[in-house]
Write a protein that binds this ligand. Sequence first.
Ligand code: SAH
Length: 284
Amino acid sequence: MDLAGENALAPYLPDFGPGSVWLVGAGPGDPGLLSLLALHALQRADAIVHDALVDPRIVGLARPGASVEYAGKRGGRPSPKQRDISARLVDLAKEGKRVLRLKGGDPFVFGRGAEEALALVAAGVPFRIVPGITAGIGGLAYAGIPPTSRDINTAVTFVTGHNSEGVVPDGLDWESLAKGSPVLILYMAVKHLGGIAKRLIAAGRPPGQPVAIVSKATTAEQRVLETVLGEAAAAAEANAIETPAIVVIGDVVRLRAGLDWLGALAGRVLVAEPIPGKQRQHAS
Ligand code: SAH
């Protein structure tokens, strides 16, 4: 089905002009989570340049005849330099192609989308940004964990678990995070989970605080490990948790007992009890 051929949708699907780049978030995995603009771009693009984290089923929705290039960056594998990826996007656009740069999740959330977009600006290449569902929100939803819940938290923080050198980011003020952010959602954190938990506990976060690790969220291989902060790193190892995985630290994890809708579809009995240890508040 050609989306732009549908009269009701056509007004919302801008022209994908030759010589331009669309920087598009593909979401965490499930192709059903693609936006209409993302699907439209897949149906129009001449050249697609995608990350390792983009689900193969999504790349499979490309227009037949589109060229598809992998420009992934995964730990351990040789990967093209960021500069080379940006240069490649510019070259393809200058050749007059409709270039779709497809990234996992949202392009502007720990995705280096800003760097690529700025390279396009510098080269005078027209572009559009299409946000995607980030793993830290969409992946949690598929695990039945809300990033915020009125009775639990009024703030949430997205954190990266390693810096560009691949080590725990010491530039982060872990003590303030431990004290000030009731819910932490960590990307790229499984490898350094032990060190991160140690810093948070040293800053006063209870070792018994609930943690969930959502691996390969929204795909058929999704696994969710529920544990506590003091045991999270050992539990991840003992359960051979595979990446990519999102780590969420905070009392919202308790809500999964009632909200694991995916588990319910597979027969899990959900518990609609109020959260243990939390007083229900009612709006006046
Ligand atoms: N731009 C992406 C994040 C890229 S950083 C986004 O918005 O989602 C890569 C990290 O994203 C991974 O280390 C992991 O923490 C997380 N991630 C991406 N896809 C995931 C998935 N399907 N399940 C769990 N975590 C995922």
